[in-house]
Design a protein around this ligand. Structure first.
Ligand code: UDP
Length: 356
């Protein structure tokens, strides 16, 4: 049987690089991995995948040809760092909505199934309820002057447009809403005392490696449910194996059992760091305001854990508890630091990556 041709746009980011690694391990697929950087794809055997250097913003003909030739299109193109939403809201809108829309249009033109990575951020703030449900929960954003919400708003609008195309009968799609995927290669390390930039895990790990402070934004009281990246890959496999039940559906992809406050997460990271390195952590835990850390226009919301019953109906369930999730991510990062692939102190690296 011919292998399935899967085009992954934004394959060079955190989620993309792990997905390529997962899919390329099987002869059942061939992956065309499109991105502006292949750095995170280094070391993945090239047997079942090809890297294509292209920028979806400027190389539209190339992207369109890749979509034309694919059996399945996966869209992971996005800025996914809250710091970016605050400092460059228009870039976030341009990439995360306008460019993603172009990809969807190309899928419509060529009649291709689209797997769109969206985000848990479409739920916005937690107001009431105990879990987020894909097809029942309201999507609630803060005021316009808090430009952090442009990311969730752009993703939510994109979802609504895909849904409308599904209604019109001209697009077959599946939407994923990832809840804080965690694994090696997530963002990058930063110097001690750096603000903004990467997501919470690399920030805390940078602090542990440099002895700098672990900063809890606004006290670290909000909750996040972290998902092991391998469980994220397994979720993708579940919808790949069941196109009928996943057709024109939205799925939460997260682990409600790993729901924790950012403060508890910091303590667990310290614990795992000491276990893995045999060293005593010297970082102090301090508090910082959201505006001081990210800049004006940052606002955070508490987040409810995902209701995952919809994806469980396809036979998927997350398997990794929080400690294992942190341990695997940290082990991967420490190995990269040791190999010289990820220097312990990086300044000014370009921010980019897939969905959170
Ligand atoms: N955060 C923190 N300290 C840091 C980095 C992030 O307290 O050094 C907080 C951030 O304010 C948010 C949570 O950690 O409440 C998760 O942030 P992240 O950027 O990882 O992802 P999000 O889920 O907000 O998209």
């Amino acid at each position: 049987m011919e292998p399935m041709e899967i085009a992954i746009l934004g394959a060079g980011g955190f989620i993309g690089s792990h997905l390529v690694e997962h899919l390329a391990a099987s002869d059942a697929h061939h992956v065309t991995a499109v991105d502006i950087s292949s750095r995170k794809l280094a070391g993945i055997p090239r047997t079942n995948f090809t890297f294509l250097h292209a920028d979806v913003r400027t190389d539209r003909t190339v992207t369109d040809a890749v979509i034309h030739d694919a059996d399945l299109v996966v869209d992971l193109v996005a800025y996914a760092n809250p710091s970016r939403y605050v400092t460059a809201p228009l870039e976030v809108f341009e990439l995360n909505f306008l460019q993603n829309l172009e990809i969807a249009k190309s899928c419509i033109t060529h009649g291709k199934r689209l797997v769109q990575y969206s985000s848990a951020e479409v739920y916005g703030k937690a107001v009431d309820g105990t879990t987020y449900s894909e097809d029942r929960s309201d999507l609630i954003f803060g005021p316009v002057q808090k430009q952090r919400w442009i990311y969730g708003s752009a993703k939510a609008l994109l979802e609504r447009v895909l849904y409308a195309h599904g209604m019109a009968g001209d697009l077959e799609y599946t939407i994923f809403r990832p809840f804080n995927f965690l694994g090696s290669r997530i963002d990058y390390l930063v110097p001690a005392h750096a603000t903004g930039g990467p997501r919470v895990f690399p920030h805390f790990l940078s602090a542990l490696l440099t002895g700098g402070p672990i900063r809890l934004v606004d006290g670290g009281h909000v909750r996040r449910a972290f998902l092991h990246i391998d469980d994220g890959n397994a979720a993708f496999q579940a919808i790949l194996d069941d196109p009928d039940q996943s057709r024109n559906q939205i799925f939460n992809v997260g682990n409600p059992a790993n729901n924790t406050t950012v403060r508890e997460f910091a303590h667990l990271m310290i614990d795992v760091y000491e276990e893995l390195t045999g060293r005593t952590a010297t970082s102090r835990i301090v508090e910082i305001s959201g505006e001081a850390f990210y800049g004006k226009g940052y606002e955070d919301g508490d987040r409810l854990p995902p209701d995952i019953s919809k994806l469980q109906c396809l036979g998927w369930s997350p398997e990794h508890d929080l400690r294992t999730t942190i341990r695997d991510a940290m082990r991967g990062y420490l190995r990269d630091v040791e190999d010289g692939y990820e220097p312990p102190q990086l300044a000014g690296l370009q921010e980019r990556g897939g969905a959170p």
